[in-house]
Design a binder for this molecule. Structure first.
Ligand SMILES: [Zn+2]
Length: 1060
């Protein structure tokens, strides 16, 4: 055959478009290349149908996603789809096009195929399109073979290789299909993120056997590369024209000379692809990936199937392509597959051993990176790493979090202490205002810990391995000259899917082709970071949080779920502390809370905790959390009942004092941190007085020893005077003509991502705040106002004062029925905040963010998140706001805003509708927030909001055991955040976790009542890192850097003392 002849035309455009049309499925397809991939098809012989969902009586109340693997034939247990499949006799005949449904239901099909004799020796495929996700099984429906993705054009997976070389014995076959009535992205009505259409129907549009011409397919794939080069390389690059003319030459030959074999044409393309780059060409490590959201536009039930479907399909690709590498994170998803698809799981284990299936991440799920508590982050890694270690013998060294809505500045330390050195993400490229300056950098946390971070510069975790993807990866790279390689994550994702054969085929061709970056398919994540390590010295450092300038409504959306998460976090702390007490002193074997934690950690997934899933997800999540909260509550109560015969028992696992108030006697009693008592009379008590009066102008004045507050009948505060103890001095905390505790209703219509986004412009449209008062009542120590923020939305607000600190506490019951409105509580603080920063609590520490709007980076942070408090201070004075669940916050100049409720309508149209019990507190203070013990107050208020006690009678005198202080720590900056029984089967040992909370170094003496013999520092996975130190007199010293987290294994005496 002749060598390549360039186009005769002088018009680049016609040549270029000719090639495009030759590949098209829409234009001149009958004479193009695509139609020849399947030169012959034949319908299947018969299709039978059985509706599984009709066989189900009801959906279980709480689907227990981790461990409902017992398929005992009970219709109402386990996931929606887990109905036992009957024999063939129960199936009815089905004809193509017949509708079935509705949304989320499950349908089984049996297809009988008979392949023409003439196809013997050839490659034959099954083609299937039900417009929905489906899993192909061997006859009988127990051995899964591969998934189909449905009819979404750009993500089509519609073929299964029946035989590469058909034999006579393979001509007839019975196959089963489990069809889900949803597609990869759920079932949104008229738009992806719209609430699901509950009545969607589907139909089988294609069910056929087809003759596959692999040579044509190979040529087609070659052509895609050539076309991609002609399309994407610069027009002043000769390589562009070389690719285009080769493609044109092949079309000419193909059309004019039927005697030319495709293999001859492919020789030309092979020669072209064999022309190599120079040594300096950038290398792309292409890793197969399939982002599966644990829940999003579908519920947990469906995710289990998505994992099964996606991963068996990946196994098929690994068998076909030994150079194919596939990365999967999330221990939870492996657990689901282990429980529900044991056959698939065994194959995964095999390919993990072979180094093709690569478990990464080290966390239980890919969690939200902003909102969980520090201890929740710790447990994500603890239980994630444990799982990977136990199942695969792997300790992950890369934290894998491509898709979450911002990243806490404490994550680097937690990663490092959990054995993680590397971090991979992609989402920051979504920032709306500023472009993050790196794809490769050292990420430094608030304590100084560093991890090596890579954001694939293609800025997607679902690429297709096209020439365009490869060029984009290099073009967009922000660290040119600093690194020689980038990662490319390819494969359909979000709803599962994964790579397709054609993506791998493209990657193979682009291994080293002059003009395009080198692509390697066979490298691992470890290979990538090992290569990046070599460039470490070239990299810049990014200190502090990775703030996503988008999706900042997610700190607020789905308030009930966020409340449940906070409650469960507190209960885990209390429950585990009591487990340790019962074990150490009494010898009662601890409850294994691993499964409980795992169920809890799932609810912190990056579309669940942020509130960005469909309604069904929150129904499930709140059910799971509800039963977890009940169990933890019961466990705490029974432990306390055992330990203390008084009712109620007084127990404080928080780092702050809890102040119990006696409404009858007007005194309050102080229960110090980490302690318990049988009798309140063992505590320090102080008298407490509060004076409430109505002033002439109808305003109300409330005064105690710390504050004088003046408010109107909406409880909006116009003046708050902070007294200085033992002086007559007081200062105004509310800015002149400003207000505090004012509820403001903003308009809240984002650009697209409804549940996700509140846009900066919402600040331009605050609504009125002079609402209509329905009733107002002055109590003995509080005031209660009922008012309406709109006709639809009544609010009952109770305001009272903390007995032992300058804290105004507010409870609001809001009956929320708004549409696209955003409710916030505002405080105009009398603080010189221009050019200042506001301080926000984060996990195990705090950070500062600007309160001004100088640069675009400052402006973009118009809504941020915190843990339990935010503060604005000037020298010697400040104002803080403490929240019990609301983590969205903003500070603009002097105005502090706590975000309370949003009302998005997609993907859950019922998001946040209903009654919300909201609680927050305003705390002005002298000195710094550290001196004012803000952290301790925020902790104890979150533990016990408004505790009262009854005057004890003498009848319980016999059971008195005094005040039991389990821990006393000499430095208030050092906080004991977790006390738990030890993992790893360690007997007579507990684990404690402390952190430095003020932002400076600390040396603290820790005194404990526990029967301790020795302590030894450990990491977050509870592996020892220090020397074992004997402990004398139950006292030891800890040294911490600013914001450092330290864990210790506390070795107990071998015998239980039975008493304190
Ligand atoms: Zn995601």
């Amino acid at each position: 055959m002749d060598s390549v002849v360039a186009s005769l035309t002088k018009n680049r455009r016609t040549t270029f478009e000719r090639i495009e049309k030759f590949l098209s499925k829409d234009y001149f397809a009958d004479v193009g290349l695509r139609a020849r991939i399947y030169p012959a098809t034949q319908p299947v012989v018969s299709i039978l149908h059985w509706n599984a969902s009709a066989a189900r009586t009801q959906r279980p109340l709480v689907p227990h996603p981790s461990h409902d693997s017992d398929s005992d034939g009970d219709d109402d247990s386990g996931p929606e789809w887990k109905v036992p499949v009957p024999g063939r006799d129960a199936f009815a005949p089905y004809t193509l096009g017949e509708p079935f449904g509705p949304t989320w239901s499950t349908h089984w099909f049996i297809v009988d195929i008979c392949i023409p004799e003439a196809w013997i020796g050839r490659e034959v495929h099954l083609l299937w399109d039900s417009g929905s996700e489906a899993m192909l099984y061997e006859a009988g429906g127990t051995v899964p073979l591969q998934a189909f993705s449905g009819g979404i054009d750009f993500q089509m997976r519609d073929c299964y290789v029946l035989s590469k070389q058909l034999t006579a014995g393979q001509r007839q076959r019975e196959l089963w299909l489990e069809v889900a009535c949803n597609d990869l992205f759920g079932a949104g009505a008229g738009g992806m993120i719209n609430p699901p259409d509950p009545a969607k129907t589907f139909s089988v549009k294609k069910a056929a056997v087809a003759l596959f011409d692999r040579e044509v397919f190979d040529l087609f794939t070659d052509f895609e590369i050539l076309f991609g080069m002609a399309k994407c390389l610069p027009e002043n690059n000769p390589r562009n024209y070389q690719a285009m003319y080769l493609a044109n030459h092949i079309i000419n030959t193909f059309k004019t000379d039927p005697s030319v074999k495709i293999s001859q044409l492919r020789k030309l393309t092979s020669e072209f692809f064999a022309q190599k780059n120079g040594d300096s060409q950038h290398e792309i490590f292409a890793l197969g990936h399939c982002h599966i959201d644990c829940a999003w536009l579908w519920a947990y039930d469906e995710t289990i199937r998505k994992c099964g479907r996606s991963w068996i399909t990946m196994i098929r690709l690994m068998e076909e392509y030994p150079d194919f590498r596939f990365v999967a994170s999330s221990a939870q998803q492996f657990r689901w597959v282990k429980d529900h698809y044991p056959v698939v799981y065994e194959q995964i284990k095999k390919f993990v051993k072979k180094g093709q299936f690569l478990p990464v991440g080290g966390t239980w799920v890919e969690m939200d990176g902003n909102l969980p508590s520090g201890e929740s982050f710790v447990r994500q890694f603890l239980y994630g790493q444990k799982f990977f270690q136990e199942e695969f013998g792997i300790k992950c060294d890369t934290f894998w979090l491509p898709d979450t809505f911002g990243y806490s500045a404490q994550l680097p330390q937690i990663m490092r202490q959990a054995g993680i050195k590397y971090f991979l993400s992609a989402k920051l490229s979504w920032s709306l205002v500023n472009s993050f300056p790196h794809h490769n950098f050292l990420w430094r946390g608030i304590d100084g810990s560093e991890v090596l971070a890579h954001f694939p510069p293609g800025e997607s975790y679902g690429m297709n391995v096209t020439v365009e993807d490869a060029l984009k990866t290099v073009e967009k790279l922000k660290d040119k000259g600093r690194v020689a390689q980038s990662m490319m994550l390819y494969g359909y994702g979000d709803g599962g899917g994964g790579p397709t054969p054609v993506m791998i085929e493209r990657g193979r061709r682009m291994k080293d082709v002059d003009g395009i970056p080198k692509i390697s398919l066979d490298k691992t994540v470890a290979d990538f970071f090992a290569a990046m390590e070599k460039d470490r010295k070239n990299l810049n450092v990014w200190s502090g949080e990775l703030y996503l300038e988008l999706h900042n409504g997610t700190y607020t959306t789905q308030a009930e779920l966020k409340r449940n998460i906070r409650m469960a976090q507190n209960l885990f702390r209390d429950g585990e502390f009591l487990d340790a007490v019962m074990y150490a002193f009494i010898g009662i074997e601890p409850v294994d809370r691993r499964e409980q934690w795992q169920d809890f950690l799932l609810q912190q997934f990056h579309d669940v905790l942020p509130g960005t899933s469909i309604g069904k997800v929150f129904e499930d999540a709140n059910n799971i959390l509800g039963s977890l909260i009940d169990t933890l509550n019961q466990d705490c109560v029974s432990a306390l009942n055992f330990l203390s015969s008084s009712q109620p028992p007084y127990f404080n696992a928080s780092c702050g004092n809890i102040h119990y108030r006696n409404p009858q006697s007007g005194i309050f009693a102080v229960l110090p941190p980490y302690s318990m008592t049988n009798d309140i009379r063992y505590l320090n008590t102080f008298p407490y007085t509060i004076k409430i009066e109505k002033l002439k102008d109808d305003s109300i004045r409330m005064e105690n020893q710390f504050l004088i507050v003046t408010m109107n009948r909406l409880c909006v505060i116009s003046s708050m005077l902070l007294k200085k103890s033992r002086t007559d001095v007081s200062r105004e905390c509310v800015f002149p003509s400003g207000r505090a505790n004012e509820l403001v209703l903003f308009d809240d219509v984002p650009l697209y991502w409804d549940a996700w986004d509140c846009m900066d412009y919402h600040l331009e449209a605050p609504g009125r705040s002079d609402y209509q008062v329905v009733s107002f009542e002055i109590g003995q120590a509080d005031v209660t106002s009922v008012f309406r923020v709109s006709d639809a939305c009544p609010v009952r607000m109770r305001l009272f004062m903390h007995p032992a600190a300058p804290i105004v506490q507010v409870e609001c019951d809001v009956d929320w029925k708004e549409r696209h409105k955003f409710l916030k509580m505002q405080v105009d603080a009398n603080v010189t905040s221009e050019n200042r920063k506001a301080t926000y609590e984060i996990q195990h520490g705090w950070l500062e963010r600007p309160a001004h709007r100088n640069t675009s980076w400052d402006w973009a942070k118009f809504e941020v998140c915190c843990q339990r408090w935010a503060d604005v201070s000037e020298y010697g004075f400040g104002v803080s706001v403490i929240n019990l669940t609301n983590q969205g916050f903003s500070v603009r100049n002097n105005t502090m805003s706590l975000s309370l409720l949003r009302s998005p309508k997609a993907p859950d149209p019922e998001a946040d509708m209903g009654v919300h019990p909201l609680k927050y507190a305003i705390m002005p203070h002298w000195g710094s927030f550290q001196e004012a013990q803000l952290i301790q107050h925020a902790s104890s208020l979150n533990d016990t909001w408004d505790p009262a006690y009854e005057t004890p009678t003498d009848s319980d005198q016999a059971q008195r055991s005094g005040l039991v202080r389990f821990f006393t720590i000499s430095d208030p900056a050092v906080i004991l955040d977790a006390v738990k029984t030890a993992e790893n089967g360690q007997s007579r040992a507990i684990v404690i976790r402390l952190y430095e909370s003020y932002g400076g170094s600390a040396v603290a003496a820790v005194e404990t009542l526990f029967p301790v013999e020795a302590v030894q520092e450990c990491d977050l996975l509870e592996n020892f890192v220090g020397e074992k130190t004997p402990v004398k007199d139950k006292k030891f010293v800890v040294t911490l850097r600013a914001f450092e987290v330290k864990s210790f294994v506390v070795f107990l005496t071998s015998t239980t003392p039975g008493h304190w």
